[in-house]
Design a protein around this ligand. Structure first.
Ligand code: ATP
Ligand code: LTN
Length: 338
């Protein structure tokens, strides 16, 4: 009873991560951490976006393995499967089905203008496939199927959130109010974690130089070594100023996300200290937080049946909600139903 009334009063939250490469602390700070922090206050759906992942060529065995590894990571980071619906996108066919309908409410020109499409087209010039271009429409389908109110993501996804709202609004205007318009939620600090070697560039899973990226499965020595080489500036002042001091500010953002301290507290803590000490402290804090997550992820990965059960239950719960929305859409657009 309590669970039912909770679901009625709580707003709905949706997010997803692609099971590609190893996740970075950018993914953690930009998305997973907010998901964990917000899970108690919302009715949550968290997907493993394997259908988005294939817009870039994947090795099948690795995609399978990374899918399960991401479920284990979600749990190891603190997502509670008894509170939130955790599932694999391809297990709920409604995503592909709604995406097809939404395609007919989306203009080619809009998709060609998407920053991520342009970046990924440049990076994978030999495989500029239709799926890559259609990526935001599938993402809109993900979000709209669950009547989502809020979507916690990194700032790089803002454009996709905006187009999702445009598509939903367009559909609502042509028919009648059908879709809820979702709001993107971006972390106050850390919505765009920078690469350690090029701090004005987004830290990315698929970066060419792994030296600038901290992966969630990096060991302590690797983490400390990467932070030691992080680019700073020629001053020797630990102050948050993303414009003038992108490297130091990026390290401060990472430090606050992992220590729970505020930027001001961190600035005070390191006042008068040198960059060497600062970088070591950031590296140690990150390594200390990641160690238990890594061992918990490994423990969970050894219990495939447990993870499969979570995914089975998650898919069933997601399907119930998604299929109801899809059916409503089919009715409105005039698909004959039996
Ligand atoms: P790639 O760079 O290979 O395209 P990605 O690292 O962006 O992948 P996704 O699965 O596309 O990974 O993103 C998962 C989530 O992590 C999204 O919410 C995204 O906004 C967030 N995110 C990714 N990188 C960062 C970053 N550097 N800072 C903050 N958030 C990030
Ligand atoms: N495109 C997202 C992953 C994603 C997503 C979503 C995020 C797929 N579907 C729905 C939020 C809501 C990314 O982070 N690159």
């Amino acid at each position: 009873m309590e669970e039912v009334s909770e679901q009625i009063t709580k707003k709905t939250l949706y997010s997803a991560v692609q099971p590609t490469n190893a996740l970075t602390i950018g993914n953690y700070i930009g998305a997973i951490k907010s998901m964990v922090d917000m899970q108690h206050d919302y009715n949550c759906y968290f997907a493993i976006a394997n259908m988005h992942a294939i817009t870039v060529r994947q090795v099948p065995a690795q995609l399978r393995q990374k899918t399960l590894a991401l479920v284990a990571l979600y749990l190891a980071c603190g997502l509670d499967p008894s509170r939130c619906t955790i599932y694999v996108q391809s297990h709920v066919p409604c995503h592909a089905e709604l995406a097809w309908v939404l395609n007919t409410f989306t203009y080619v020109g809009e998709m060609e203008r998407m920053t991520q499409f342009k970046d990924k087209s440049a990076k994978h010039a030999d495989n500029i496939n239709m799926g890559l271009m259609d990526y935001p429409v599938l993402m809109a389908a993900d979000i709209l199927l669950y009547k989502t109110d809020v979507v916690p993501v990194g700032i790089d996804q803002r454009q996709h959130l905006e187009i999702c709202r445009d598509i939903a609004q367009r559909f609502n205007n042509i028919y009648s109010p059908t879709f809820v318009l979702p709001e993107g939620v971006y972390p106050k600090v850390g919505a765009k974690i920078g690469d350690l070697l090029e701090p004005t560039k987004k830290m990315s899973k698929s970066s060419e130089n792994p030296g600038g990226t901290i992966f969630m499965d990096d060991d302590k020595d690797t983490i400390i070594r990467k932070f030691r080489r992080a680019v700073t500036d020629s001053e020797n002042e630990i102050r948050y100023d993303p414009e003038k001091k992108p490297g130091v500010s990026n390290l401060l953002s990472i430090y606050t996300a992992f220590s729970g301290k505020s930027i001001e507290e961190a600035e005070r803590e390191f006042a008068g200290k040198g960059y060497g000490d600062f970088k070591l402290a950031v590296g140690e804090t990150v390594a200390e937080k990641l160690a238990p997550v890594q061992s918990e992820q490994a423990r969970l990965l050894a219990d495939k049946d447990y993870l499969d059960n979570i995914l089975r239950e998650g898919a069933a719960k997601a399907y119930k909600v998604a299929s109801a929305t899809l059916s409503k859409v089919y009715r409105k657009i005039g698909f004959y139903q039996i």
